[in-house]
Design a protein. Structure first.
Length: 207
């Protein structure tokens, strides 16, 4: 019988089955470090916002090397999205005007520093991260909104739900850039006064 060193299949044995406590311990350590980073990131993002929570602070709060953020999540944005995925949050409203107001108001607080806003429009987003952002938005926002529109008899509910979100995010990013001064200087009430009729037309079941 050949020894484990001569058997190529031995390299595929898992820590659970090959009796290698050192390998199993390293796997458990990695899982614990990842969990600690997620919990620390969720807390700090809530306390300080995206820009205010640095990778160094997150690593210190988690008690692990901050370099592991890049290893496990691909960077700060990946960690933010992972924290959003695993954090229990109240569902967004499904009324289209309430969804529009929620997005416009929340994003207006953070402007272009909101990683979800940036990720939604970034041309350099990796395919994996783009899929993650798309799945997150579909599950938490666009899917429920599209279902509400479908129930209300609105035609092309998926397209209209996505256009509504795009209108809110595009307006927010343009306002925060400051390049269009009238839009940048306008209050949220003024923006709503102009755009709410567009939202109404967008979700009109007769159109």
């Amino acid at each position: 019988m050949s020894s484990g060193a001569d058997n190529p299949s031995s390299a595929l044995a898992t820590p659970e089955t090959d009796g290698a406590p050192g390998v199993l311990r390293r796997r458990n350590d990695a899982q614990a470090s990842r969990r600690a980073l997620l919990e620390a990131a969720a807390a700090l993002f809530d306390e300080r916002g995206y820009e205010g929570a640095t990778v160094r602070d997150i690593g210190e709060r988690a008690g692990v090397d901050a370099a592991l953020i890049a290893r496990y999540f691909g960077g700060k944005e990946g960690l933010y999205l992972a924290a959003l995925e695993e954090t229990e949050r109240p569902p967004l409203p499904t009324d289209p005007f309430a969804v529009f107001a929620k997005f416009l108001g929340k994003s207006d607080e953070n402007g272009s520093n909101n990683p979800i806003c940036r990720a939604m429009v970034s041309p350099s987003l990796s395919p994996a991260l783009r899929d993650q952002v798309g799945a997150l938005m579909a599950r938490r926002v666009i899917g429920p909104l599209a279902q509400r529109l479908a129930d209300d008899g609105v035609q092309q509910p998926q397209l209209r739900a996505e256009l509504l979100v795009a209108l809110a995010l595009g307006t927010t990013l343009t306002r925060s850039s400051g390049t269009l001064t009238a839009l940048a200087d306008a209050s949220l009430d003024e923006v709503h006064a102009v755009l709410d009729p567009l939202v109404g037309a967008l979700v009109d079941r007769t159109r």
